[in-house]
Design a binder for this molecule. Structure first.
Ligand SMILES: [Zn+2]
Length: 265
């Protein structure tokens, strides 16, 4: 039990990953464009670098340091009010989710940030492993950004860790290649970003990439006018990835890691 309570931030995502990966085999939404082998090898490497650089930085060093510093100094919005812990927890998750939505939008606007984020978008298929495909540089930027929010808000450490796991779980879900009943999608989409909603963000059309930025809650795109209900080319006709990289290069590790340094517009 203590093993589980100590390692749940690693065990839960790993289990969810396995479950989604198995469901993808039985009820896939789309047939994949590229062979799984190279894509999965590349994404496994991303998992490796991101776990070493990102997770270590996020879970063990920076986010705890930020949360502890805020606690020690009673710094941050929530420490100014005497709120019950569960109110702080709920508000933290909602506001942090907005912060991540905003960060994602900025990733698409700023050319330097887009260079890093385009690695994620260069994937020519979407499945549960796409949620791992983030350049380590993007993860570093994102960890520092989230830590700043943790300090500003005064998010407790346990909530900050929970949020990381929750966000990760949502990303795995909405990148997964699973055919869900339309009705289920409609209902879930009212609150959470579904695979059919997120895929629109991954088509080759720029205007569609600049919509549906949400990772967990779907409300921000509706609220800030970036919600897109259906892909222009339909779910069966859409093309995933970058317009300029419709070959098998995105499945290769070196190409993917070096993409931010290339002159891809
Ligand atoms: Zn994006």
């Amino acid at each position: 039990m203590s093993f589980l309570s100590q390692y749940w931030p690693i065990i839960t995502p790993a289990m969810l990953f396995a479950i989604l990966a198995i469901i993808e085999i039985f009820i896939p939404r789309r047939t994949l464009n590229l062979s799984r082998k190279w894509r999965w090898i590349t994404h496994a490497l991303f998992l490796g670098t991101n776990n070493i650089i990102g997770r270590l930085l996020a879970f063990i060093i920076i986010v705890p340091a930020a949360a502890n510093w805020a606690y020690d100094n009673q710094f941050g919005l929530f420490y100014m009010f005497d709120l019950p812990w569960w109110v702080v927890a709920i508000l933290s998750v909602i506001i942090m989710d907005f912060a991540v939505w905003l960060q994602h939008r900025l990733m698409h606007v700023h050319p330097l940030l887009w260079r890093m984020h385009s690695v994620h978008h260069s994937d020519r298929d979407l499945d549960v492993t796409s949620a791992l495909r983030f350049h380590p540089f993007e993860l570093i930027v994102s960890t520092l950004y989230k830590s700043a929010w943790v300090i500003m808000l005064g998010v407790p450490l346990a909530v900050a860790v929970f949020f990381e796991v929750w966000l990760n779980a949502c990303a795995m879900f909405n990148h997964s290649n699973i055919k869900l009943p339309k009705k289920f999608d409609r209902i879930v989409r009212l609150f959470l970003v579904t695979p059919d909603m997120h895929i629109i963000h991954h088509t080759t059309h720029r205007d569609e990439q600049n919509s549906n930025y949400g990772f967990a809650l779907s409300i921000w795109d509706r609220l800030f006018n970036s919600y897109n209900d259906q892909p222009r080319d339909g779910h069966n006709g859409l093309t995933i990835g970058l317009e300029e990289a419709q070959n098998d290069a995105p499945s290769k590790p070196l190409w993917s890691f070096l993409l931010p340094f290339r002159n891809v517009e």
